[in-house]
Design a binder for this molecule. Structure first.
Ligand code: MIC
Ligand code: SF4
Length: 652
């Protein structure tokens, strides 16, 4: 499946799709793998649970209006209103949007990535979003990247987005999917090969004859979950299929053809024949723990959730409706469906397909993230829950001991009917979906900016606390190792989801009490008591979500540096943004030479690429590297990006 080329870069004339978009947005640096580049950003998006911080940061920059071509603020995560907190955040976000010229998507409109793909995506453009699944936009032929809120705020202020030029992996698709096998099975099988860190600092570019057999929403499923490989983003070409999608959205005039040139090469090549694929399933507790459904058939299940930004498009829910028609779900499973957008829901209503879903016994819940991040529908104790989502980290459902399996909508329906994990091919009579009915388009829940001056006061509920102050880096960092973690610690481990904790996203002092809550319940108290200290991590530290709270809350507790075997891209950038040093072991064996509670010390007067860390208890030194650009080093010296901006010491 894999071959590696020696990649010397494509010449000036022949470019792949990634290179075409990057070269037309390059403001700094050169398109050479590993070099720092600055990209101009056309569109930004935020969602509510990362958005409140992003806009507090944007306000601190003192810019009167957003400077992008388009900025959007969605409310889709914190939708349960158990008390005033989420509702206050929604009000704040709406007022900010009105003041700064941002499109506001009201609660109930749908999930940011689904809505963006339907209504705003544009081939050839760049998108930066404060959500790790922003690469969904790559399904239409954009460079769409997830980042921390502070990076989005800077992009809204007109600044470039800086990153290390990724290498470009070409994924050649041949053949076409068999009945009951769908886009989710494509990305699950790639995850099995690549693992949750195989995509770090790579862009996954799809090409080849199999591409035209996939619709834009199917491409979106693949680029969405490419995030789970750690990739910077994923991208498809923009072709006739893309044109049709845009035409059906009443946006045909925004189409632009974007294909790789004839003589391009990629740094790595993966070949995948779609015809060979079978239904796949990710087992607990990692999206790369993939098996064929056939191999785990028969396991009884308690709950099935269909939805999330991975699998809630009209294509997916039409498939669900067709498979459920004239059938009834098993008495021992609960089936929930959360449509990706109002457009999806309204179209299912108008064709009568929603009735097929309801009559089969599904519980239709609000258009939003919901169960995907533990906001409602937490399963029972020890339950087995099958989800069409993209992450199955332990505890993400809201129930710590539940077991989450990730599947396609087809496998979800078959399993709902039989009450156990079932290969969807057992359903027989594969439905032919009618995707050519007239598409209902409803933009009523978007509030578009006007040129009228903003008059209303920006309301900040009592749960919205000002951002903490950040001090410049001292000369010596010293303190105790507060925690030593395993490989692949996710940002969900660092700062969990769930309606309880997510409603504290605008309140750093309160949310910091939950840092590492399920890994080590005493962590936050210990960190405060010891006056902060260090964390030692394994491989891929900080994988998963873009939540900058996973850096900011530890910073608030006094965490000074994290020493890990490797870092996930977005989390490393967030650490730098908030002045925490991300140090990497040069020899991975050295991980064993530090224990929890050891006292460490490091002189950080000069931030060099290679530095010495002293383990005071063990009386030895360990060589660590600081893989940061000079710009990032300047920022960290100032106490992080916001501190640098506030003190106007360095550019951002
Ligand atoms: C997620 O899927 O983990 C989230 C919740 O959407 C996060 C954003 C957040 O934590 O608010 C993400 O993917 O970035
Ligand atoms: Fe929402 Fe889940 Fe998608 Fe994150 S992964 S944006 S929580 S639906």
């Amino acid at each position: 499946m894999f071959t590696k080329n020696r990649f010397t870069g494509n010449n000036q004339l022949d470019k792949n799709v990634t290179e075409k978009i990057i070269s037309s947005h390059l403001i700094e640096g050169q398109m050479v793998t590993g070099d720092q580049i600055g990209l101009s950003i056309d569109h930004t998006l935020t969602q509510d649970s990362t958005g409140t911080l992003a806009y507090l940061e944007f306000e601190a920059m003192g810019v009167p209006q957003v400077k992008t071509k388009l900025s959007l603020s969605f409310v889709d995560h914190n939708m349960l209103q158990n008390d005033y907190r989420n509702a206050d955040d929604h009000k704040y976000l709406q007022a900010i949007a009105e003041k700064y010229g941002i499109v506001f998507s009201r609660p109930g409109n749908g999930i940011c990535h689904q809505l963006y793909l339907e209504r705003f995506s544009k081939p050839g453009y760049t998108l930066l979003g404060s959500d790790s699944h922003t690469p969904t936009g790559g399904g239409i032929g954009m460079i769409a990247i997830g980042a921390g809120g502070l990076d989005i705020a800077a992009a809204m202020a007109g600044e470039a987005f800086f990153l290390e030029m990724p290498s470009i992996t070409g994924i050649k698709l041949e053949g076409s999917l068999s009945p009951f096998v769908s886009a989710k099975d494509v990305i699950l099988s790639l995850l099995k090969k690549l693992t949750v860190k195989g995509g770090v600092n790579k862009i996954l570019e799809y090409f080849g004859p199999g591409v035209e057999t996939l619709s834009v929403p199917e491409r979106g499923t693949i680029t969405n979950m490419g995030t789970e490989t750690g990739a910077t983003t994923s991208i498809f070409p923009s072709d006739e299929v893309t044109k049709l999608f845009l035409q059906r959205q009443g946006r045909g005039n925004q189409w632009l053809e974007l294909k790789p040139d004839k003589n391009v090469s990629y740094s790595e090549l993966i070949e995948l024949n779609l015809s060979d694929l079978e239904p796949q399933i990710a087992l607990p507790h990692s999206p790369d723990n993939v098996e064929t459904v056939k191999n785990v058939e028969g396991l009884p299940i308690d709950q099935i959730c269909i939805g999330s930004c991975t699998n809630s498009s009209l294509r997916d829910l039409k498939m669900v409706a067709s498979l459920l028609k004239n059938r009834k779900i098993n008495d021992h499973v609960s089936l929930t469906i959360s449509p990706g957008s109002r457009q999806v829901l309204e179209n299912l209503v108008s064709t009568g397909e929603l009735l097929d879903i309801l009559k089969a016994g599904a519980r239709v819940i609000e258009n939003g993230c919901g169960p995907c991040i533990g906001i409602g529908q937490a399963p029972a104790t020890d339950a087995v829950t099958l989800r069409t989502f993209n992450r199955n980290f332990k505890g993400r459902s809201g129930t710590q001991n539940a077991k989450i399996y990730l599947v396609s909508p087809e496998t979800a329906v078959a399993s709902a009917i039989y009450g156990k994990i079932t290969d969807p091919r057992k359903l027989e009579n594969y439905p032919k979906l009618n995707m050519s009915e007239k598409m209902l388009i409803d933009d009523n829940l978007f509030i578009f900016p006007t040129t009228k001056p903003h008059s209303r006061k920006i309301m900040r509920g009592p749960n919205i606390k000002p951002l903490p102050d950040f001090l410049p880096l001292p000369t010596i960092l010293t303190g105790e190792v507060l925690l030593k973690t395993r490989d692949n610690i996710s940002t969900d481990d660092i700062l969990p989801g769930s309606s309880e904790i997510m409603s504290l996203r605008s309140n750093i002092p309160e949310i910091s009490k939950h840092v590492f809550r399920y890994v080590d319940s005493l962590f936050s108290k210990r960190a405060l008591k010891k006056g902060g200290g260090f964390i030692v991590g394994g491989e891929n530290y900080g994988q998963g979500s873009s939540r900058e709270h996973a850096a900011l809350a530890p910073k608030y507790l006094g965490v000074k540096a994290i020493i890990a075997k490797s870092f996930a891209r977005i989390h490393q950038a967030n650490l730098v943004n908030f002045g925490i040093l991300p140090l990497t072991f040069i020899s991975k064996q050295d991980y064993k030479r530090i224990n929890q509670s050891d006292i460490l010390s490091i002189n950080v007067k000069d931030l060099k690429n290679i530095m010495s860390l002293t383990n005071v208890n063990k009386q030895n030194t360990i060589r660590v590297s600081l893989n940061l650009s000079n710009r990032e080093k300047r920022m960290i010296k100032a106490g992080g990006k916001l501190a640098a901006i506030r003190s106007k010491q360095v550019d951002y």
